[in-house]
Design a protein around this ligand. Sequence first.
Ligand code: NAD
Length: 294
Amino acid sequence: MARIAFIGLGNMGLPMAVNLIRAGHQVEGVDVNPASVAKLKEAGAAPVEFAHVAAARADVVITMLPAGKHVRDVYLGANGIIAAANPGTLLIDCSTIDVDTARAVAAEAEAKGLFMVDAPVSGGVGGASAGTLTFMVGGTAQAFQRAEPILQKMGKTIVHAGGAGTGQAAKICNNMILGISMIAVSEAFVMAEKLGLDHQKLFDISSKSSGQCWSLTTYCPVPGPVPTSPANRNYEPGFTVAMMLKDLRLAQEAARAVGANAEMGAKAERLYSAYADSGEETRDFSGIVRFIRG
Ligand code: NAD
């Protein structure tokens, strides 16, 4: 069993770390918020105050942090993980961040004789608790081979996407599809209302036709057709508008950096941004249907 330092015990990190403890790993938890560290202690982890202290005695370091600036800080800053970790240590960053930061941190890690993968996730807090996350992993084959058995304790689908940064690339491409498709489905339901077509009828037809997609069949933005979708609980998240906006902004940054045409992604970013500004930032992103309805 590995000795694991887990840094960032928020909504996602805490249940992920708990699954590693349940799998028999020896976990030390670090978070700037003492309440989160206390929760992990209850689950059987040793609390540690600083990331570099835990990293110096770990075989594996996992981070689950809010954004790229936190990742740069924790890995490369004064008292950073990269300076503290012993050669051969495996570093796994599960945060959703920009591709450039992921590649920059991985290059520093490699120069120090460490193994690193970017391994952002899909599946939300429910998937983190159930241990059914999907991991999109960027890094060398050797780093992936070492990371896979650890990730299997927290997820169900583990895909090696390619070299450093490709895990983040997969995540933002996927979420751009999701953000755009949710708008398309929402526009269709609102138009159906105005045309006198029943929600359930549109669902029955489109879910078996070429309009079929995850935003329709698993996360339907109107109440009724899919009883488990957030639409049936007043758009309580789920996946918040703020999170969708974060990922669409990362996608636009990446598109600009490489000269990719992502016009629908840009429109989607503007629409979710306007929806967030209407005071709905913490609502589930599928609530965009209400904004479209006006
Ligand atoms: P969160 O804000 O709940 O957790 C982040 C944690 O990091 C917090 O507990 C915070 O105190 C801690 N932290 C911040 N700076 C730190 C530092 N310097 N040292 C130690 N700890 C520090 O966020 P979350 O919902 O757990 O999301 C984490 C990441 O996962 C984000 O990048 C997010 O985009 C991504 N993600 C989230 C979801 C979701 O449904 N919540 C789904 C997929 C991906």
